[in-house]
Design a protein around this ligand. Structure first.
Ligand code: SDX
Length: 431
C-alpha cells in the first residue's frame, strides 16, 4: 500500500476521527475509511461510486481531465499504433512488455486454446436464431464452468492462469459462433495459421462454400479495436467481475457476469445504440433536432457515444478510433459514408454547444467504433459482443490481481435505509 504519512480529520459533533490518506503513483490521493463505521458508527454515501476507490490496482490508469489512458504505464495511443492485441494482453496480465520469446510462447498458448468443447455447440442450438448474441455469450461463457473443471480452483495460481488463457482464446470463437448461429450459417472452426484478429474475421465471414481471404488491413483495424477496448480501470463491468469474484465464484461465472453488465446501453451497449442513433438522425440537417433533444431535461434521449463518468476531456480511444474510421472507410471505398458524415458533423456541432462544453461531454470509445464495425460487415447486434471479446483480457487481469491480493475479502456495501421503521403485522381483516 502507498505512503500513509498524511491523514484527514473528520469531525462529527464533539468527536474527531483521523483517517489515513494514501498517495498513488499518479492521480488523486485516497482517504482510507475502512475503520470509519467501527470508530464513528457512520457509513459514507456514494451510490454511483463517483468518489470511491474500490481497490488498489497496478493495471490501468485514467486521467479524465487530461484524457490520458495508460496500461501498465504505456499510453493507449502508443499501444494502438506500435503494439498488437495479444502483446497488450500479455502486458495487462503480466505487467511488462514480453520479450520476443515470451510473446511467441504466449501467442502459441492462446492459439491452441481457441477451440471450444464440441459438446458446447449444442448450447447455441438451444437459443432462438434471433437471440441477441450478447444473450448467447452470457449463457455459453457461464456454461464454460461445466466443461473446464480443471481451471476453476481459484486458489491455484496455475489454474487461474489457465482459465485466463482459455477465456482470452475462446471468446472470439464464442462470439463468432453466436454471430453465425444468428444468421443461420454453419460454425467456422478457428485456424492456427491465422493471427488473433484475422482468425476472428475468418470465423465470422468465411463460409464452407468458397475460399475466404482475410484483408490484412481490416485485420489490423480489427486488432486495433480489440486493443482500444482491452481494459479501462474499475468501470461497471470490471467492478461486476471483481464483486462476483469476491464471493469465490469460478472465473467463467465472473466473466459471464461482466458480459451481462457490459450489455447495458449506458456502458458497452452504447456502440450499438450510437450507430442506431446516427441512422435515426440520418442526415446532417436533422442534427440540431437531436442535439436539442439531448439537452432537453424532459426528454430521456441522450447522445449515445457521448459523455463519460471519468473523461471530462477527449477519450483518447475515440481519437484513435476516429483516425481508424477514416482509414477503413477509405480502404473500403465508402469514405463518403453518410453515417460517418453525420457522426463528424454531430461531433463538431456538439463540441461547439455550450451544454456539452459546460458539462464536458466528449465523444467516447463507442462513438466511432460502430461505424468501422458496420463498414467491416458486422450487424449492430455484434458490436457489444466485440467489445466483450476485447474486454475479456481486462476482466481476467483485474480478476487475477484481486485474487492474488491476500487481503481481498467479499465485497458487501451497506446502505442509507429510508424504509419503514419496525412495525407489527396487521391481519388482513384489519387492513
Ligand atoms: C463506456 O466507465 C467506463 O470506463 C466505461 C467505458 C469502458 O471502457 O469501460 O469507457 C465504456 O461505457 C463508455 C460510455 C458509453 N455510454 C454512452 O455513450 C451512453 C451515453 N452517455 C451517458 O449515458 C453518460 O454520459 C454516461 C453513462 C457515460 C456517464 O454518466 P454519468 O457519469 O453518470 O454522468 P451523468 O449521467 O450524471 O451526466 C452528467 C450530466 C447530466 O446532466 P445534469 O443532470 O447534470 O443536468 O451530463 C448529462 C446528464 O444529463 N449527460 C448527457 C450525456 N451524458 C451525460 N446529456 C446528453 N447526452 C449524453 N450522452
Amino acid at each position: 500500500m502507498a505512503d500513509t504519512a498524511k491523514s484527514a480529520t473528520l469531525t462529527i459533533g464533539e468527536q474527531s476521527y483521523d483517517l489515513p490518506i494514501y498517495s498513488p503513483t499518479v492521480g488523486p490521493d485516497v482517504v482510507d475509511i475502512r475503520k470509519l463505521y467501527g470508530q464513528a458508527g457512520v457509513f459514507t454515501y456514494d451510490p454511483g461510486f463517483t468518489s470511491t476507490a474500490s481497490c488498489d490496482s497496478t493495471i490501468t490508469f485514467i486521467d479524465g481531465d487530461e484524457g490520458v489512458l495508460l496500461h501498465r504505464g504505456y499510453p493507449i495511443d502508443q499501444l494502438a499504433s506500435k503494439s498488437h492485441y495479444l502483446e497488450v494482453c500479455y502486458l495487462l496480465m503480466y505487467g511488462e512488455l514480453p520479450t520476443a520469446a515470451e510473446l511467441e510462447d504466449f501467442e502459441n498458448t492462446i492459439t491452441r486454446h481457441t477451440m471450444i468443447h464440441e459438446q458446447m455447440h449444442n448450447f447455441f442450438r438451444g437459443f432462438r436464431r434471433d437471440a441477441h448474441p450478447m444473450a448467447t455469450m452470457v449463457g455459453v461463457v457461464g456454461a464454460m464452468s461445466a466443461f473446464y473443471h480443471d481451471s476453476t480452483d481459484i486458489s491455484d495460481p496455475r489454474q487461474r492462469e489457465i482459465a485466463s488463457h482459455r477465456l482470452i482464446a475462446k471468446m472470439p470463437t464464442i462470439a463468432a459462433m453466436a454471430y453465425k448461429y444468428s444468421i443461420g450459417q454453419p460454425f467456422v472452426y478457428p485456424r492456427n495459421d491465422l493471427d488473433y484478429a484475422a482468425n476472428f474475421l475468418h470465423m465470422c465471414f468465411s463460409v464452407p462454400a468458397e475460399k475466404y481471404e482475410v484483408n490484412p488491413i481490416l485485420a489490423r483495424a480489427m486488432d486495433r479495436i480489440f486493443t482500444l477496448h482491452a481494459d479501462h480501470e474499475q468501470n461497471a463491468s470490471t467492478s461486476t467481475v471483481r464483486l462476483a469474484s469476491s464471493s469465490g465464484a469460478n472465473p467463467f461465472a465472473c466473466i459471464a457476469a461482466g458480459i451481462a453488465c457490459l450489455w447495458g446501453p449506458a456502458h458497452g451497449g452504447a456502440n450499438q445504440a450510437c450507430l442506431e442513433m446516427l441512422k435515426e438522425i440520418g442526415s446532417v440537417d436533422r442534427i440540431p433536432e437531436f442535439i436539442a433533444r439531448a439537452k432537453d431535461k424532459n426528454d430521456p434521449f441522450r447522445l449515445m457515444g457521448f459523455g463519460h463518468r471519468v473523461y471530462k476531456n477527449r477519450d483518447p480511444r475515440a481519437t484513435v478510433m476516429k483516425q481508424s474510421a477514416d482509414e477503413v472507410l477509405d480502404l473500403l471505398g465508402v469514405e463518403n459514408n453518410p453515417i460517418l458524415q453525420v457522426a463528424k458533423e454531430l461531433e463538431k456541432q456538439a463540441l461547439e454547444d455550450p451544454y456539452f462544453i459546460d458539462k464536458k461531454l466528449f465523444p467516447n470509445v463507442d462513438f466511432y467504433s460502430g461505424i468501422i464495425l458496420e463498414a467491416m460487415g458486422f450487424p449492430t447486434s455484434m458490436f457489444t459482443p466485440i467489445f466483450a471479446l476485447s474486454r475479456t483480457v481486462g476482466w481476467v487481469s483485474q480478476w487475477k490481481e484481486q485474487l492474488a491480493d491476500p487481503q481481498h475479502k467479499i465485497g458487501r456495501p451497506r446502505q442509507l435505509y429510508l424504509g419503514s421503521a419496525q412495525r407489527d403485522y396487521t391481519d388482513i381483516e384489519n387492513r
